[in-house]
Write a protein that binds this ligand. Structure first.
Ligand code: ZN
Ligand code: ZN
Length: 333
């Protein structure tokens, strides 16, 4: 058994639960801790059963609730090292960090975790989710336009929380292209072209079922096309309609960034992938990371369905739209 529950998808926050019968992981934590937990409960997923959090990249719409969530649940966070470093830098109110300073930070974190384990006081105090999510929400609400907010490197919270915002119960590093396991889920991260430190997508496999998360990519390079073969449930970006983006409210520089090879996939690019390169293996294709300003759900859906309808063999693929404001019903295979 494997299950994908998309809690949120879009420029204002992304998070998805992937479960096998024994293991449960959260991919990205782009809403406040409180909101993520609320949505998990609505969707029938128990937050306390989470084994780990995996991060695709350090943009705010993927990490907004990360620190609070990990501390609240006392679970490890899996990053690539450059993504972890970028996340720490983002939350640290100085703009540059030398490698020596970074190593010092990692060492201090290790010592703090060892000390906490020794005194068995690693349990977060009750209410930490509530008190800190207020700070996270305050900083997130400043970013009215999240596509633009992704451009900002410094996103230091305005209110200084009591806990070091970069402290985590434990950190595990993975490398794109190298498979690793959490419980009985095999995970293969793959590099995606996006303007973050070391962004990636994931393929999850357990009990013969394969699910993939591929959003935040400027185009579909060969390694991503190859990673997305033999997938049973595919969460795929369909970010913007090209005409809406061109005529839309964004400043030219932001339009250029979204359109670039390290920006986001358009409905057209997604349709081209589905028509030309996709192997048709998924029973469910979930379209995600839709832009609120530059897309209409109907346009994204129509574009993907048209692409699939050109191949008789792809008619069994069900296309679903992920939502920003509410969790999707779990997809279980
Ligand atoms: Zn991003
Ligand atoms: Zn994003």
């Amino acid at each position: 058994m494997m299950r994908m529950t998309v809690l949120a998808s879009g420029s204002k926050g992304n998070s998805t639960v992937i479960s096998s019968s024994r293991t449960k992981v959260l991919v990205d934590a782009g809403l406040s801790c409180r909101e993520l937990m609320k949505r998990m409960v609505i969707a029938g997923e128990d937050p306390r059963a989470l084994d780990a959090i995996l991060i695709t990249h350090e943009h705010q719409d993927h990490v907004a609730g990360l620190g609070v969530m990990a501390r609240k649940l006392g679970i490890p966070v899996y990053f690539t090292e450059p993504t972890h470093r970028a996340w720490v830098r983002m939350l640290t109110p100085r703009t540059t960090m030398s490698y020596a300073q970074w190593m010092e930070h990692v060492q201090k974190e290790k010592e703090a975790r060892a000390a906490a384990a020794a005194t068995e006081s690693g349990e977060p105090e009750p209410g930490i989710c509530d008190s800190m999510s207020a700070a996270v929400e305050a900083s997130a609400s400043e970013a009215v336009d999240p596509d633009e907010s992704e451009l900002e490197i410094e996103a230091a919270p305005t209110a200084k929380p009591k806990t070091d915002p970069t402290s985590l119960p434990s950190v595990e590093y993975f490398h794109s292209g190298r498979q690793f396991s959490i419980g009985d889920i095999e995970i293969t991260p793959f590099t995606i072209p996006h303007d973050a430190a070391d962004p990636c997508g994931f393929v999850f496999a357990s009990e013969g079922v394969r699910m993939a998360v591929a959003t935040d990519l400027g185009y579909m390079p060969p390694n991503v096309k190859a990673a997305l073969k033999r997938i049973d449930v595919l969460l795929l970006e369909s970010n913007h309609d090209l005409e809406m983006l061109k005529d839309g409210p964004y400043p030219w520089s932001v339009k250029q960034r979204v359109l670039s090879r390290v920006g986001h996939l358009s409905n057209l690019a997604t349709a081209e992938f589905l028509e030309r390169d996709y192997d048709g293996s998924a029973s469910h294709i979930v379209l995600g990371h839709l832009s609120e300003s530059n897309n209409q759900p109907e346009l994204a859906l129509l574009s993907a369905e048209q692409a699939l309808s050109n191949h008789a063999t792809l008619l069994g693929n069900r296309v679903i739209l992920a939502e920003q404001t509410a969790p999707l019903a779990p997809i279980t295979l």
